[in-house]
Design a protein around this ligand. Structure first.
Ligand code: HEM
Length: 147
């Protein structure tokens, strides 16, 4: 019952994070590229960040709780010893990559963003979206016993 509740919170946070990035990738990014308008991306970033970042932290916390339920404590992480532990370690690695991409966006991509130089932010958005979707797909492998 507790696991079910934590999983529902995990899925809600995944919906916010992945859903937000899919909307950005398929709706707002093409519009910004077509109109050559950086403000479309910047406005979304400012509105999404206050919900997106907490969703990412919730994914980490709920993921760790569920990993313990699956018998994968911190001491086993990154040993790549069992199918479930490999899955947990893969998801943690991709989450770390997501945080690195977020820091890169904050420090290097957005400060230099202008309407005639949208390629770096487009690359950044597509990369974060692909990593998020990969994590969602990896999530579906837990019930199959891991990878
Ligand atoms: C962007 C980040 C993430 C996304 C989009 C995501 C997505 C998902 C999805 C969709 C499921 C559902 C699987 C199902 O019901 O069959 C799931 C399950 C799971 N996730 Fe994540 N996840 C993310 C991050 C993490 C992290 C960082 C961990 C920590 C290790 C984690 C651990 C788990 C575990 C243990 C389950 C299995 C729950 C179960 O089937 O009972 N996830 N995830």
């Amino acid at each position: 019952m507790k696991h079910q509740f934590v999983l529902i919170i995990h899925l809600l946070a995944a919906s916010v994070w992945v859903g937000g990035h899919l909307f950005l990738s398929f709706r707002l990014l093409p519009e910004a590229l077509k109109k050559k308008e950086a403000s479309i991306i910047i406005n979304f970033k400012n509105k999404f960040e206050p919900v997106g970042m907490p969703a990412l932290v919730i994914l980490l916390l709920t993921g760790i709780i569920m990993a313990y339920d699956f018998g994968v404590p911190v001491s086993d992480w990154f040993s790549f010893g069992s199918p479930i532990e490999r899955l947990v370690s893969l998801k943690l690695s991709l989450l770390l990559l997501t945080f690195i991409l977020a820091i890169n966006a904050q420090l290097f991509v957005f400060p230099k963003l202008t309407s005639d130089k949208l390629n770096p932010v487009a690359f950044q958005i597509i990369a974060v979206t692909m990593v998020g979707v990969t994590m969602l797909i990896l999530g579906s492998f837990f019930r199959l016993g891991g990878v």
